[in-house]
Write a protein that binds this ligand. Structure first.
Ligand SMILES: Cc1ncc(COP(=O)(O)O)c(C=O)c1O
Length: 461
């Protein structure tokens, strides 16, 4: 990309933005003085803003989304070709890219059988909750309708997705919430609820059993879990965790719903995060990286067994899945997703994630040796978090204002964009999150880690 000065057109867009757009997750008071950043171009790992600054993006579009990188002409072309042929028809009928993408996707998900299309991660999760609720009606007289979720996990922005989210700061002022969603404790060993114990992973997973028993196993229909918690602090599950979760769910006939909205499509070095842990999910939801942000698409994938519950005969008018999502019939999403998955395969991006992910982790551990503020480094593949603390012994978290300063330094001084936990928990917004595109090279990783090193030296020492 060429560095350019601000054109008249871009200046006009900046003013129009400042005067008209309500931005996500943003306090607008500072925008009265300074226009928010506006991205105008992207190529590979890099983006350029309207003022001509070029950045290395270590957060895949700010929300771990642009997995195959920016400026992919082949995806744009696939979408263009599809749109002029057939842009939309309700998903009550089929369309070519949706059919072909479903087939391709399921080939990467042994044990899963059906794909249901919608447009966002929140919506994909809502579909899953409706599936669980309807199964409860059909098989258990409505009783087994509760859905358990884990402290620190995030499942979306709609009221019911928030009802199943374990990040209290995100939920403040948005209640009352949907009934029937019950929280159980997190599994972040670094912040063990039981001090230093052996088999932390098993103990943390047993908390699920405790809550199932408290609620009554005949009332619990499903548990929803991120394979690796993302916005809640990049939490990799401890040893023994998933095996125990699987056993508990089998024992009490509780469906496992894995939220792969962040981890899905390669972020952790396998197609899906759950595939690292031998889990057998009943429902898997995904969005962000499915089409790398080239079009909106999300999927709720179920086993054939779950799907079969919704086949009805005779005069059972309510028995099938009576859900619809208008834009689930847009063909741009699956057309982009088909090309996106082809790119991941043809460019061996899963392998690249494994190799570069190991390199990123090793470089961050070196950084940890240098900077006592780094309390913990965790993650898998190109999905890593650094938890920052005031003191390694007490593990007192740093204030989020310091994390914001570090991110600001990386952005302004090194032109590297990094992610961070943002308004999720009052005291634990202290994790820096790195999630560069799956195409990242060793040189990109070096640039990201060097930017962090410099920021920590300047702002945090
Ligand atoms: C794990 C997880 N699930 C669901 C969502 C919601 O996705 P969306 O913003 O597309 O509704 C997110 C968004 O960040 C997420 O991180």
């Amino acid at each position: 990309m060429n560095k350019q000065t601000v054109s008249n057109e871009q200046q006009q867009a900046l003013v129009a933005d400042q005067e008209n757009v309500w931005h996500h997750l943003s306090n607008h008071t500072p925008f009265e003085k300074t226009a928010p950043m506006m991205m105008v171009e992207g190529k590979g790992m890099r983006v350029r803003d309207a003022k001509g600054n070029e950045y290395l993006d270590a957060a895949s579009g700010g929300l771990w989304t642009v997995n195959v990188g920016y400026g992919r002409e082949s995806i744009a072309k696939a979408v263009y070709d599809q749109l002029i042929k057939m842009n939309f028809y309700s998903q009550t009928a089929g369309n070519q890219p949706a059919a072909l993408f479903a087939e391709k996707l399921l080939s990467k998900m042994p044990g899963m059988g059906r794909v249901y299309y919608s447009n966002s991660g929140s919506e994909a999760n809502e579909k899953a909750y409706k599936i669980v609720r309807q199964i409860a009606e059909k098989k258990y007289g409505g009783k087994k309708h509760k859905i358990l979720f884990r402290e620190r996990d995030y499942h979306g922005t709609t009221i019911t997705a928030l009802s199943s989210t374990g990040q209290f700061e995100r939920k403040n002022q948005y209640g009352p919430f949907t009934p029937g969603f019950v929280e159980f404790p997190h599994c972040l060993e670094y912040r063990s609820q039981w001090g230093s114990i052996e088999n932390y992973g098993v103990k943390a997973a047993m908390e699920l059993e405790r809550v199932i028993l408290e609620e009554g196993p005949d009332t619990v229909g499903a548990v929803v879990l991120e394979p690796i918690t993302a916005g809640g602090g990049v939490i990799t599950p401890p040893k023994g965790y998933w095996e125990t979760i699987q056993k508990i769910c089998n024992k009490y006939d509780v469906l496992i719903h894995i939220d792969e909205v962040v981890c899905g499509l390669g972020r952790t070095g396998k197609w899906f995060g759950y595939q690292h842990y031998g889990i057998k999910p009943d429902i898997v939801t995904m969005a962000k990286g499915v089409a790398s942000g080239y079009a909106a698409i999300s999927c709720t994938v179920t086993t054939e067994e779950v799907f079969d519950c919704f086949k009805t005969e005779g005069d059972d008018r309510d028995g099938y899945f009576r859900d619809v999502s208008t834009f689930g019939g847009c063909t741009a999403g699956p057309a982009a997703a088909l090309e996106n998955i082809r790119i991941i395969e043809d460019e061996n991006l899963l392998e690249n994630v494994q190799v570069q992910g190991e390199y990123l982790k090793s470089r961050l551990l070196e950084l940890k040796d240098k900077h006592p503020i780094i309390g913990d480094v965790r993650g898998k593949g190109l999905f890593v978090g650094l938890e920052l603390v005031k003191d390694r012994d007490s593990k007192e978290p740093v204030d989020e204002s310091l994390v914001m300063k570090i991110a600001g330094h990386c952005q302004n001084e090194s032109k590297v964009l990094i992610g961070r936990t943002n308004r999720s928990f009052r005291e634990y917004n202290n994790t820096i999150a790195l999630s560069p595109a799956l195409i990242a090279t060793q040189a990109d990783i070096d640039e990201i880690v060097d930017a962090l090193d410099k920021a920590l030296r300047t702002v945090a020492s």
